[in-house]
Design a protein around this ligand. Sequence first.
Ligand SMILES: [Zn+2]
Ligand SMILES: [Zn+2]
Length: 296
Amino acid sequence: MRIIETNRSVGIFTRIAHLPHMTQEFLAVLVSFGETFTRYLPISLALAVVFTILTSFWACNPGKPWWRKRDIVTDLCYWLFIPVVARFLRIGMLIVGAALLFRITTADGLVAFYDNGHGPLAALPLVAQMVIFLVGEDIILYWTHRLFHGRRMWRYHAVHHSSEELEWISAARFHPINLLLGGVTADVAMLLLGISPNVFVVLGPLTIAHSAFVHANLNWTLGPFKYVIATPVLHRWHHTAADRGGEKNFAATFPILDVLFGTFYMPKGEIPDHYGIGEREFPTSFQGQLVHPFTQ
Ligand SMILES: [Zn+2]
Ligand SMILES: [Zn+2]
């Protein structure tokens, strides 16, 4: 899931920069939790209502409602914590990236650098920047996603695939390492290229909604538009076993990438079912899943 509010995040750091170090960190975490919670609560409630209604009419796999799924507490933990974790990882990577690539090391320098983007990309109209962002980020995410399906990185990505009852709320289930080298890296790459953070402010809620949409328990394929934008059926195939659709449909937003690279999978007249990774010992708790990749 891709959530960004970079200029505000950098602002928090500059406001509390004069406080003692430990207090700074503690306050930054508290402020971040509070802000994230108040910002994402309305959209979370809206998604819950919308997908409850839609699933009652067009369920892909009819059964119990999302709030009665087995791992609901685990998914709620991810839904609550992942935006905060993503925010801190993003800020860290933005600071490191600006220092290494542009030799910017002061708080004021960072704000000036990221505030409205920089270079030729920032001079383009916002709509043009949005298109570049969506396409650029999706290409990065496609390849990082494929990387995470490789032997070395799978242990981190297995967390995302561990949901056996796939629902809209499963969308946030990502191990922090997956988050860092996936969505956060893609976001930071686009910001370092010069894209304005205003693009993220506009597209942030839409990308959350779309990510929830592709995980939602819906039988929607969108007919001929299945090549235009990722749908629930397309992505639910990706959550099936490796010998079915589990090694296909890597694109987050634009399935044309899967068509181009030979990984598009949507068999006609079939609907995906049986999700998860089929490992009995795989932990189902939030804290268990955070630790699990490091025990492999
Ligand atoms: Zn995957
Ligand atoms: Zn997924």
